[in-house]
Design a protein around this ligand. Structure first.
Ligand SMILES: [Ca+2]
Ligand SMILES: [Ca+2]
Ligand SMILES: [Ca+2]
Length: 382
């Protein structure tokens, strides 16, 4: 038993870099200030692994995507200012498909803007068993397809484990995307990923078609945690599963979700998902949350605050408790801009929620409960 615990610790602490010899080593650091130096640094990273690449402020315009095959490679701005370092292609209709195409484990990208490419800002190759990527404080803009993609191969069992996407901004600068096959974070066969504290806006299709969700995990993904994100002016909000392509387990909690064309949270053939304490403002669609198809069972949908219905479709089943689905616009600070903080102490919301051990705080990281009981929705009033 003791041996098993040691093994688990080894696996679940991937970033204790110095303590995992043979997997992750100490990084050398290289500073670059133009695109040729960046490309050379990536080549070194692929040959040697264990390299931190710091970018001086500026715009880095690529002639070709950056393949990252080395393990434990970090790419980030030296200044820490994500608006001051831009790595870009030649636009959504240009010849550069990606900024980063990643197969190496422990890839970390931080504090930059990436985009203006034909396909993806970052693609994590689960099909190549690429594990433990970190995507932190990036701004993703203007990609021809999904901004951050986790790919898989139906013909092999490899999956991407343990990714973290935190404090990023995903947006189309024109207020709309180029087509329907777009999304924010799009994970296929991703295991135990966390998407936390990000903002998604204008993930929208230009015509009658629907864009993918701002956050979507499917194709047998499992254990996804989606929390404390703000989604606004998007076609669809958060999805676990789609059609026959399902999801297992996972948690969706403490998110603000404003959508304009379709569902805020959608479970489709999603087994055992927990949907706790989200606030949803849904325009142009009758349902804020749907749990759908026979493969959706064991869903637990509790303490959500919405202005539209929470609805089973096509045989989806679950447990519902303490949800409020008649929220008015003026209950929220600025609902059509995605600010779903409570504007006042609404009696049917404040102190009316169930106590949930899996929801220790709110979207502002305020401890729950304040006052005698949990508030419903993502915002606990102080
Ligand atoms: Ca893996
Ligand atoms: Ca309370
Ligand atoms: Ca609060």
């Amino acid at each position: 038993m003791k041996k098993l615990v040691v093994t688990m610790t080894f696996v679940t602490l991937p970033f204790a870099a110095c303590t995992v010899p043979g997997v992750v080593g100490n990084q050398d650091t290289v500073i670059v200030s133009n695109v040729d130096e960046l490309v050379a640094a990536i080549e070194r990273a692929n040959a040697e692994g264990n390299l931190e690449i710091l970018l001086e402020d500026g715009t880095y315009t690529l002639d070709d995507m950056l393949w990252v095959e080395g393990a434990n490679v970090t790419v980030r701005s030296r200044s820490g200012n994500r608006d001051a370092v831009v790595i870009e292609g030649a636009g959504m209709y240009g010849p550069v498909s990606h900024v980063f195409n990643v197969t190496g484990d422990y890839f970390s990208s931080e504090d930059m803007t990436v985009g203006r490419v034909a396909n993806h800002g970052i693609q994590i190759h689960g099909n190549a068993d690429c594990d433990y990527p970190r995507v932190i404080n990036l701004r993703f803009i203007d990609t021809g397809e999904q901004m951050l993609k986790v790919s898989y191969d139906p013909g092999n069992a490899a999956a991407s484990n343990g990714g973290l996407v935190e404090n990023c901004l995903f947006e189309y600068t024109a207020g709309v995307g180029p087509q329907y096959y777009i999304g924010g974070v799009d994970g296929h066969r991703a295991y135990d990923w966390t998407v936390r504290g990000n903002t998604f806006r204008f993930i929208r299709s230009p015509d009658g078609d629907l864009a993918e969700h701002a956050v979507h995990f499917w194709s047998d993904s499992r254990g996804t945690v989606v929390e404390k994100n703000v989604i606004t002016d998007c076609d669809r909000g958060i999805g676990f599963g789609l059609g026959d392509s399902g999801h297992t387990g996972g948690m969706i909690r403490n998110n603000f979700v404003h959508t304009t064309r379709d569902v805020g949270i959608g479970l489709e053939n999603a087994f055992g998902a927990d949907v706790y304490n989200n606030s949803l403002y849904t325009e142009g669609y009758p349902n804020s949350i749907e749990y759908r198809f026979g493969g959706t069972s064991g869903a637990s949908i509790i303490n959500n605050l919405a202005n539209a219905a929470i609805t089973s479709r096509d045989g989806g089943s679950g447990t519902l408790d303490a949800n409020v689905t008649d929220a008015a616009a003026d209950w929220f600070v600025d609902p059509t801009e995605g600010d779903l903080h409570l504007a006042s102490s609404v009696p049917s919301v404040v102190d009316r929620g169930e106590t949930l051990v899996d929801v220790a705080d709110d979207i502002d990281e305020q401890t729950r409960p304040q006052g005698p009981a949990y508030d419903i929705g993502a915002d606990e009033l102080p």
